[in-house]
Design a binder for this molecule. Structure first.
Ligand SMILES: Nc1ncnc2c1ncn2[C@@H]1O[C@H](COP(=O)(O)OP(=O)(O)OP(=O)(O)O)[C@@H](O)[C@H]1O
Ligand SMILES: [Mg+2]
Length: 376
């Protein structure tokens, strides 16, 4: 992997300043930096020391054009208007004047690295069940499979049940590696290591599955968060099947852009949904929460309107029940959305609806607006 931060300087002391700042940076010669426009991977930040000559070489502009993801910081002796203008035209992100302290350098570079990672972070959609068996895995798997057809790049499904999860089974996959391998090797997991752990499935979605080993593992929220952030950097869409009974997992959903609580219309599930939503709302706010009713029956024991009232959030999607289609999909290891039919259609519509990251107000005015109820 290319080092995230590189620098070009004739000043021997700059290496020491980087060390003191705590940033890991690789020194490049000017000739090496010039070739960055031709390489497949470039650093996130390139620090250019122009203090001796106070001038930007023309190759900087070329490299910037060919590597739009690269941010350039220039170190200057003084800030003058002419130079700042020239730097802005060349797309330079920061001009750092003397004295170049470790702290100033660190702040400038971190701002850019963090900004760049945020820009690159993909969407993460987490599914949490209100109760066991409500269809959380079914929804997560089918959302990933539906988006594999429409998103333009493969989504990743992570089964966060470290053991005994069944997402891979529903995708007809027999993965060699698991989410347990990712957790056990987290210190060395980078984007390319992650690529080696995931399994490509027939549906087009990639899966990081539960382990087949009968283990009892507890993971820390920090470890899960690290894995999710890594996934979000590599995949434009990551879908999570979250074990509702593991509080550490529920604590780790900060990188999630949407958290969908799945419920049925049974009283016990609705009560579970209210409790789960309350916990998640307290932790993450209401903005990214969604409520999905699975196996929806308009004559069911609790109406969708009442579910919304009890849970205190609008209902975003209603998924009908079709036992035969759902069972057949598991038997053949092919997601429901790969076939036609009422259930497949509703699942595809739910995928589109949940991917809409706009505010809830916008969502309820959208396609399923008629089915969404504001908080009573
Ligand atoms: N819309 C539906 N219509 C009919 N059957 C469904 C529907 N959704 C899910 N099912 C069936 O319900 C059962 C449970 O589904 P699933 O495994 O997805 O639930 P879960 O909430 O993930 O369960 P667990 O708590 O065990 O992880 C499965 O047999 C599945 O085929
Ligand atoms: Mg499940």
């Amino acid at each position: 992997m290319v080092n995230q931060i590189s620098y070009v300087s004739n000043d021997e002391r700059l290496g020491e300043i980087f060390k003191a700042s705590g940033l890991k940076a690789a020194k490049l010669t000017e000739a090496e930096a010039k070739t960055l426009g031709k390489t497949a991977e470039a650093p996130a930040v390139l620090v250019l020391d122009v203090r001796p000559h106070h001038q930007l070489a023309p190759w900087v502009n070329d490299v910037q054009k060919k590597q739009p993801g690269l941010s350039v910081v220039v170190l200057v002796s003084t800030l003058d208007a002419r130079f700042i203008l020239e730097a802005m035209r060349a797309g330079i992100k920061e001009c750092l004047p003397e004295p170049i302290s470790p702290q100033a350098l660190e702040e400038a570079v971190r701002r850019l690295v963090v900004g760049e990672q945020r820009e690159r972070a993909g969407q993460v959609i987490a599914f949490v069940g209100a109760k066991g068996g409500v269809g959380t895995t079914t929804l997560a798997v089918n959302l990933a499979a539906a988006l594999a057809k429409t998103a333009g790049s493969p989504p990743l499904l992570i089964d966060l049940h470290v053991a005994r999860g069944d997402a891979a089974l529903l995708l007809g996959a027999e993965p060699r590696f698991s989410v347990l391998d990712a957790f056990e090797n987290l210190h060395k997991v980078d984007e390319s290591f992650l690529a080696g752990l995931v399994e490509k499935t027939q549906s087009g979605a990639h899966v990081l599955a539960s382990t087949a080993r009968p283990v009892n593992v507890t993971t820390s929220p920090t470890a899960t968060r690290t894995l999710l952030e890594l996934a979000a950097r590599r995949y434009r869409i990551t879908v999570l099947d979250v074990p509702r009974t593991d509080p550490a997992m529920l604590e780790a959903l900060d990188p999630a852009t949407v958290i969908a609580v799945v419920t049925s219309q049974e009283l016990s599930a609705v009560r579970g949904a209210a409790a789960t939503v309350a916990t998640l709302r307290q932790r993450y706010g209401s903005q990214r929460l969604r409520v999905v009713i699975n196996r929806y029956d308009k004559n069911g024991p609790v109406s969708a309107k009442d579910v919304a009232k009890v849970v205190g959030e609008p209902v975003t999607c209603l998924i009908p029940s079709d036992y035969r289609v759902a069972a057949e999909a598991i038997n053949v290891g092919r997601p429901i959305v790969t076939e036609d039919g009422r259930l497949a259609k509703a699942l595809r519509a739910a995928a589109a609806e949940l991917m809409n990251t706009g505010t809830k107000e916008v969502q309820s005015a959208g396609m399923l607006g008629r089915l969404a109820w504001r908080r009573a």
